[in-house]
Ligand binder design. Structure first.
Ligand SMILES: N=C(N)NCCCC(=O)O
Ligand SMILES: [Zn+2]
Ligand SMILES: [Zn+2]
Length: 327
């Protein structure tokens, strides 16, 4: 997008009630309303055939969109108006086959390829954690192996379930095996809860991951954790994958594999804000299962999480544009 074009922003909630009309993320225009080109594409991934426990994350994207109606255009925590700094648009949902996981994984990868090729960064909403693998494949095709910051109660580096390789508990082992992650810069944040055995941790460490547990976040505080993560990431292209179950079930009851003792939504948002200088190329917010939600607690947390992530992307897009204009 050239710098003279002004991004088309959200519907003005002082003129059209925010509860009126179909929900796009943050009431932003649809991709087709901005000529099919955008700098940040927000896309839903209605897929949950990879889950090991409660299903329902296929409905996560639309629940997040509904909860995002109350987002406002200025983000004081990052002193930025994300939708004025860059074009952000809602690209709708990727139509994935619920009956064939292998095909679904291919479809997500192809759809992500198409969007990334236009130069957009991707912010995906919903789905189970299986989808992180095809999204990472696509991002790695463009940027090479990327740094990964993974917020989750779970490691998701297990090998197989029922002999299946593509599940929501296995995407990051597959990604390391495929060489699409920069193994110098892999971190999990929010880890807690029972494992199958100590070996899970040994295997995870061998793959290259560092772990910040939810108790570490509580003891060390968000600023120190964000500093440490920033140092590990450096200026590498970064993918952030957020499993909403990184939050405590009190902050995110609407999810498929809840674990007690998690982070607060305030902690998650603050850590993300501490990463605003990182080169965030794409991100996902997964595992939002609205059937178990109450009062949109989970969907609201997820919508604010996606808002912080899109703010980071928009700020960087605007800064890069300014740099290139100065040259
Ligand atoms: N990715 C999520 N949410 N959960 C993985 C849990 C895998 C298990 O059932 O052990
Ligand atoms: Zn999880
Ligand atoms: Zn997960």
């Amino acid at each position: 997008m050239s710098s003279i074009e002004t991004p088309r922003g959200p519907v003005d909630s002082s003129r059209v009630p925010r509860y009126a009309g179909p929900a796009t993320f943050a009431r932003l225009p649809r991709l087709d309303e901005v000529g099919g080109r955008t700098e940040v594409a927000v896309v839903g991934v209605p897929f949950d055939s990879g889950v090991s426990y409660r299903p329902g994350a296929r409905f996560g994207g639309n629940a997040i969109r509904e909860a995002s109606r109350l987002l406002r255009p200025y983000n004081p925590a990052q002193d930025a108006s994300p939708f004025a700094l860059a074009q952000v648009a809602d690209g709708g949902d990727i139509a994935v086959n619920p009956f064939n996981i292998n095909e679904a994984v291919e479809t997500v990868e192809a759809a992500a390829d198409e969007l990334l090729e236009t130069g957009a960064r991707l912010m995906t909403l919903g789905g189970d954690h299986t989808i992180a693998l095809p999204l990472l494949r696509s991002v790695a095709k463009k940027h090479g192996p990327v740094a990964l910051l993974h917020f989750d109660a779970h490691l998701d580096t297990w090998d197989t379930y029922f002999d299946a390789e593509y599940t929501h508990g296995t995407p990051f082992r597959r990604a390391v095996e495929e060489g699409i992650l920069d193994t110098e810069a892999l971190s999990h944040v929010g880890i807690r809860g029972p494992l199958y055995g100590k070996r899970d941790l040994d295997d995870d460490a061998k793959l290259g991951f560092g772990i910040v547990t939810s108790a570490d976040v509580m003891r060390r505080g968000v600023d120190e954790v964000a500093d440490q993560l920033r140092q590990r990431i450096g200026d590498r292209p970064l993918y952030i994958s957020i499993d909403i179950d990184c939050l405590d079930p009190a902050h995110a009851p609407g999810t498929g594999t809840p674990e007690a003792g998690g982070m607060t939504s305030r902690e998650l948002l603050e850590i993300l804000r501490g990463l605003a200088s990182c080169n965030l190329v794409s991100a996902d917010v997964v595992e939002v299962a609205p059937a178990y939600d109450h009062a949109e607690i989970t969907a609201v947390a997820a919508s604010h999480t996606a808002y912080e992530l899109t703010t980071i992307m928009s700020r960087q897009i605007a800064a890069a544009r300014k740099d290139s204009e100065a040259k």
